[in-house]
Write a protein of this length. Sequence first.
Length: 320
Amino acid sequence: MSVSVLGSGAFGTALAISLAGNGPVTLWARDADHAKAMQDSRRNEARLPGADLPEPLTATADIAQACSSEVLLLAVPMQKLRSVLQQHKAHLSGKTLVACCKGIELHTGLGPVSVIQEVLSESPAALLTGPSFAADIARGLPTALTLACGGADLGKALQQQLSTANLRLYRTTDTIGAELGGALKNVMAIACGAVIGAGLGDSARAALMTRGYAEMQRMALACGAKAETMAGLSGFGDLALTCTSDLSRNYRLGLSIGRGKTFDSSITVEGAATAHAVAEQARKMQLEMPITQTVTNLLDQRLTISEAAALLLKRPLKEE
Ligand SMILES: NC(=O)C1=CN([C@@H]2O[C@H](COP(=O)(O)OP(=O)(O)OC[C@H]3O[C@@H](n4cnc5c(N)ncnc54)[C@H](O)[C@@H]3O)[C@@H](O)[C@H]2O)C=CC1
Ligand SMILES: O=C(CO)COP(=O)(O)O
């Protein structure tokens, strides 16, 4: 099965570089000048500086050419996924679609696989998620990800096809768990960044990561996901990476909040919209998610970091 990656951001480019080790791969950019610059310079300096595009990788802005592949990886920001699917529906229809984004859609509360199923119900859908920085994948550093697909046979085929020499995929049929793990860890990363940025210490971060994980489990189980998925690469694994590394944009947004600094709004930070989407879902489902709620209050500047910490600390004492 041939593969194309739609979306020439950091992650799409890194995945295409890695997949080029398996054979020809097409990388689609919406902007013709960007595609041409990548094809000519064999670099994507705008989004993934310093990484060489290998010879089997073809960059194009021709959506028909990109969608001639059987498997299409969708590496666009979560809040843009629906419009990309709708805009290119005719080309995408009937293809196997693998979402590579992390988040929950703001106005529907849906994850990426559910959005694909809503817009293109006849197309098989899967999700590629887990702990990985684009820069690491592009450098060929060892990485392990989760391939989530409701259909077990298709999941196995995609696992084979999308694993590369340095990218090891595990598979699951629990798409809801994988969606929620990848989405919620970004919210927790914003919280952890804020704590570190404000100088509240590593112990506070460990507390947030652990209680954040409890929130992730609470929502995942209430949505029918498996606890083991949350304990795997797409949940715990990505939580550990994103809450502890300056390479994470979500964590860096949190650092800025904690330091009282502004953050470049053009940078893709999935956890911001997702925090609002999840807080709303939690309200509807009557789930307690105090850290997620606090992150929305910090993002909307309804609380300062010291007010937020004080409120979390003085919640009623409870069993772990
Ligand atoms: N950067 C990373 O290390 C990783 C990113 N991801 C996920 O990958 C997804 C994409 O993130 P990045 O590539 O890092 O973001 P990015 O900000 O580097 O790139 C986003 C890309 O999407 C494209 N795009 C936006 N709207 C579009 C539209 N309507 N039509 C076509 N293309 C459109 C932009 O042109 C840009 O090339 C996010 O959900 C992120 O959570 C997952 C794992 C690692
Ligand atoms: O998802 C990621 C790591 O697994 C990338 O994190 P950021 O989107 O916060 O940069």
